[in-house]
Design a protein around this ligand. Structure first.
Ligand SMILES: NC(=O)c1ccc[n+]([C@@H]2O[C@H](COP(=O)([O-])OP(=O)(O)OC[C@H]3O[C@@H](n4cnc5c(N)ncnc54)[C@H](O)[C@@H]3O)[C@@H](O)[C@H]2O)c1
Length: 418
């Protein structure tokens, strides 16, 4: 079987960790059970470009239970868990093309290898695979029934392809399900980003000032959790409504250049480019720690950092000190890539349960509606989103009220007033 992983000897450890994550993914397990009986993806070739983590392994096993033939590559050069990649190859027969720390050339070669079996469904986290496939053009593209996309940045890229009229098949924006962005982006990124910073630095949040750039779903989570750990949180934004929300949520809001005088820790979660730029880095205090949890490593201007750096040394894993020409030191974590996946393990399985339930149902929906969806970016039907929430509550042992008939009529009528 063709594959490219770091070391198959890591497989046993990977299998145990995949099982552990599976214990916290009961909704996905219910879907897997149904899939194993119904086989909705029987014989379907899928290429998945995702962070190769224990949770992703559980998704891949669910797609396989549905009958799909899955190839997997990484959606970020630093997010692969090599033991998981090895276990998927050795114990589950999944062709995986992913090595933690791969260079740019390897990264895109792995994407090309994941596409070699001519997928009928693609699964992306950041839209690199779909973008590579669209650049190849030809018959390989014509054979695709549809795709799915996991993250905000990927959905933005796909909407731009749709706008330019170049999107050649329908895609389900998994990110846009409520059971995804309200939980994964907020609580997942909130917790795992702080985890990544801790593992890379072992700093104390209490008493630190943390500057959170971007108050979207991820930023809200990071700010909320940092506050809970005792940090003073400063938010920077470009959207006035979000800035106002951050202020009323109890955070200080200011321009980034002003925040540079206060911050000990800086994190970007915007999906934007060069958010932390040359002038910001030059204005930061000695010893400031800078990292990113947005999808691409474009949020911190690394080229500008290199130009103002006199020397550098690795202090700890994923923790590099830059001695700047102005005499101050700036610490960059995880090369400016997703700190939660590079320096920690990404989101906990408990939250990925819902994200990947959405992915599994989206793949089934694409095949069930093959040839009927326009070549656009679609949301998963609300009914399925609600069903995932219902199942999650059930697995958490929580029951909720139902509308009475009287209430249902009342809420859908316009005649009732004072
Ligand atoms: N680390 C992870 O595991 C993980 C998980 C989910 C999403 N993401 C990624 O995180 C990023 C943010 O996702 P989201 O769902 O929070 O998006 P979002 O659109 O909800 O929020 C982004 C926010 O950043 C703000 N912003 C844009 N440019 C800015 C700038 N220059 N300065 C300050 N604020 C700015 C926007 O106004 C917006 O409020 C995306 O790249 C997404 O793909 C990462």
């Amino acid at each position: 079987m063709k594959c490219d992983v770091k070391d198959l000897k890591l497989a046993q450890q990977g299998r145990t960790r995949i099982e552990w994550a599976g214990r916290f993914m009961p909704v996905l397990a219910l879907i897997r059970e149904r899939f194993a009986g119904e086989r909705p993806l029987k014989g379907i070739r899928m290429s998945c470009c995702l962070h190769v983590t224990t949770e992703t392994a559980n998704l891949v096993l669910t797609l396989k239970a549905a009958g799909a033939q899955v190839r997997l590559c990484a959606s970020n050069p630093l997010s692969t868990q090599d033991d998981v990649a090895a276990a998927l190859v050795k114990y589950f027969g999944v062709p995986v093309f992913a090595i933690k720390g791969e260079n740019r050339e390897q990264y895109f070669r792995h994407i090309a290898q994941a596409l070699e079996h001519e997928p009928q469904v693609t699964t992306d986290d950041g839209a690199d695979l779909i973008s590579a496939l669209h650049q190849q053009k030809g018959k390989r593209l014509a054979g695709v029934a549809g795709g799915t996309e996991e993250t905000t940045t990927g959905v933005i890229r796909l909407r731009s392809m749709e706008r330019d009229g170049v999107l050649c098949y329908p895609v389900i924006a998994v990110n846009d399900s409520e059971t995804k962005f309200m939980f994964d982006n907020r609580y997942g990124t909130g917790q795992s980003s702080l985890d990544g910073i801790l593992r890379a630095t072992n700093v104390l949040y209490a008493g630190s000032t943390m500057v959170v750039c971007g108050y979207g779903w991820c930023g809200r989570g990071v700010a909320m959790r940092a506050k809970g750990m005792g940090a003073e949180v400063v938010v920077t934004e470009v959207n006035p409504v979000r800035a106002l929300e951050a202020r009323m949520d109890g955070f200080r809001v200011m321009k980034l250049i002003d925040a540079c005088r206060h911050g000990n820790l800086f994190i970007t979660v915007t999906g934007d480019i060069n958010v932390i730029d040359r002038q910001h880095m030059l204005a930061m205090k000695d010893g400031a720690v800078v990292c990113n949890s947005g999808h691409f490593d474009a949020e911190i201007n690394k080229a500008a950092l290199d130009r103002i750096t006199k020397s550098r040394r690795e202090l700890r894993q994923f923790c590099v000190e830059h001695r700047l020409k102005n005499g101050r030191r700036l610490i960059l974590l995880a090369e400016g890539r997703l700190v939660n996946l590079a320096a920690a393990e990404g989101h906990p399985a408990m939250v990925m349960d819902m994200s990947f339930a959405n992915q599994a149902l989206a793949a089934e929906y694409i095949i069930g509606n093959r040839g009927q969806l326009e070549n656009r970016v679609h949301k998963l039907p609300e009914k399925l989103d609600q069903e995932i929430a219902r199942l999650k509550l059930r697995t958490m042992g929580i029951t909720i009220d139902k509308l009475t008939r009287e209430q249902a009529v009342y809420l859908s009528s316009w005649q009732h007033g004072t």
